[in-house]
Write a protein that binds this ligand. Structure first.
Ligand code: ATP
Ligand code: MG
Length: 504
């Protein structure tokens, strides 16, 4: 008998079927991967389990053979021992790490209901350390890097799963995590599963599915199209189940290096981590930036795009020195940044998709002081078509699109401006295999149209496939530069790791 048995679960949003009669079995001690294209219904399924969404009538959920009352409430899900890490993490940036860890669980209280702060602090620190995460409990969450914030959300769920939990559900937990942190998470997940907890693991990184999961369920258009032991499947078979066809040339090799003019030059750039980085990017060129977490990767992206002031050094654009006072200056000069934390930094989730897509070019839509809504809609519709953003409903609220489609939208809104310099921080994060190939195509098209492209990425395969040249950052400097035949993920890794060994 499975630990969790979901039968015939459906969910309709405003007449649209997001889930259509899905079954899912998870055994005790099993890591069960849940995969599928952006918008296929993965998050909807687990939000029905967590009590966030109310499923349509007709389905059932059993845990340890006992039927659960549907719709579930968050309290009932919790009482049943199910712990969740949602795609948007569910953290509060203004609260401290410790406060975030206590969300949903509450604090230990003493006589008169007074919170035992000292005990709480010690407890928070112990839990974090237990999962190999050394952050101070008292700092506001927003001061942490996205990877560290993800780890806090994960630790919060793991602490529950550890204490007599039955199920742990992780919705794309590694989307913001570099390889080394992801490995730490895998170790923790394996340990939790070994203790008899059932784990549902959602990811677009198929190598994670193969290395971590025992079984995999594939959703397509809200239906289950495959369930099998991972050991029975090849990557090709899995990809075919996900996208419904063979992805022939899943990754087209990068085109030959161009000889365009130098557009972007950075000389001796300094910041908090950066310590004298020097490089140049030509029009039509896609240059990758690799390095460990903390090597200055994201800082480099922010400084180039005016989102952070450099502590020293020089940036030239088309040969002219520039000093951006903020992102607005950079955008006016044609330099755009697609940030790492796209959903919170790159979008207005309360507005519609059309508004989000056209906001950066809003002045184009004003005529005699009035917003020309009709054009706005038409442009948005075209962009959604071109960038494969589904469903193609410009008037729908941004928040109601699936995670991967939100990410494509943020990329679309910047690329359609034909920037002189486009800076991407983790462009493939959170998008499905089919969309990834799409995004690569779009990044390449931007370069072919004459943009100078800078790609900061922790996915080495992505760097190899997408870039003409890769800079490896170490101790804040460009320590190596790979191109041509030398541009292979193994070689990048070697160069990245030299610093890790030196530090050890
Ligand atoms: N609150 C909502 N209101 C209306 N439609 C929604 C809502 N949430 C999700 N949907 C729709 O339901 C479908 C499934 O979305 P879901 O978020 O479950 O996809 P997903 O498989 O998690 O995708 P991703 O890989 O991009 O995270 C999509 O078409 C989405 O637009
Ligand atoms: Mg999702």
């Amino acid at each position: 008998m499975p630990l969790l048995a979901v039968r015939n679960l459906s969910k309709t949003f405003a007449g649209q079927r997001a889930l259509a009669g899905v079954d899912l079995d998870v055994d005790a001690g099993e890591v069960h991967a849940l995969v599928g294209e952006n918008g296929s219904g993965k998050s909807t399924l687990i939000k029905c389990l967590s009590g966030y969404h109310q499923p349509d009538a007709g389905g059932s959920v059993q845990l340890s053979g006992e039927p659960l009352d549907l719709p579930l409430t968050p309290e009932a899900a919790r009482a049943a021992g199910m712990a969740f890490v949602h795609q948007d993490l569910g953290l509060v940036p203004s609260m401290t790490v410790m406060e975030n860890l206590a969300i949903g669980r509450g604090y230990a209280t003493g006589r008169g209901g007074r919170v035992k702060w000292r005990a709480e602090r010690a407890r928070a620190r112990a839990v974090l350390l237990r999962f190999g995460h050394d952050v101070p409990p008292d700092v506001p969450l927003r001061n942490l890097a996205p990877a560290d914030q993800t780890l806090v959300a994960i630790v919060r769920a793991l602490q529950d799963a550890e204490q007599g939990g039955s199920m742990l559900v992780l919705d794309e937990p590694t989307a913001a995590l570099p390889d080394r942190e992801a490995e730490r998470l895998f170790a923790a997940v394996r340990e939790i599963a070994a203790s008899g907890v059932g784990v549902i693991y959602i990811s677009h990184r198929l190598h994670e599915v193969f290395s971590l999961a025992d079984r995999v369920t594939v959703l397509r258009d809200g239906r289950r199209v495959l369930v099998d032991d991972v050991a029975n499947l090849t990557e090709r078979q899995l990809v075919r189940a996900i996208v419904g066809r063979d992805l022939e040339d899943r990754f087209v090799p990068a085109p030959a290096q161009t000889n365009g003019d130098v557009v972007l030059e950075a000389k001796d750039l300094r910041g908090r981590r950066l310590d004298g980085a020097t490089f140049a990017v030509r029009a039509g060129e896609i240059v990758g930036v690799a390095g460990l977490l903390g090597s200055g990767r994201s800082e480099l992206a922010r400084i180039v795009a005016g989102a952070q002031a450099p502590a020293g050094g020089e940036i030239r654009l088309g040969g002219e020195p520039v000093a951006f006072r903020g992102p607005r200056d950079a955008i006016d000069a044609g330099v755009v940044l697609v940030p790492e934390d796209r959903r919170t930094q790159g979008a207005f989730v309360g507005l519609t998709m059309a508004e989000n897509l056209t906001l950066p070019s809003l002045p184009d839509f004003f005529r005699a002081g009035r917003l020309r809504h009709r054009d706005d809609r038409r442009v948005a519709e075209e962009l959604m078509e071109e960038f494969g953003i589904r469903p193609n409903i410009p008037g729908r609220r941004f928040a109601e699109f699936s995670g991967g489609n939100q990410q494509k939208a943020v990329i679309a809104k910047w690329l359609h401006r034909r920037p002189r310099v486009a800076v991407f921080d983790e462009p493939g994060q959170g998008v499905d295999v089919g969309s990834k190939a799409e995004i690569y195509r779009l990044v390449r098209a931007a370069a072919e149209n004459g943009s100078a492209v800078l790609v900061v990425d922790s996915d080495l395969e992505e760097l190899e496939l997408l870039c003409h040249r890769v800079l490896v950052l170490r101790d804040g400097c460009v320590a190596a530069e790979l191109e041509g035949a030398g541009l292979k993920r193994d070689r990048i890794l070697e160069h990245v790791l030299i610093s890790q060994e030196a530090a050890a």
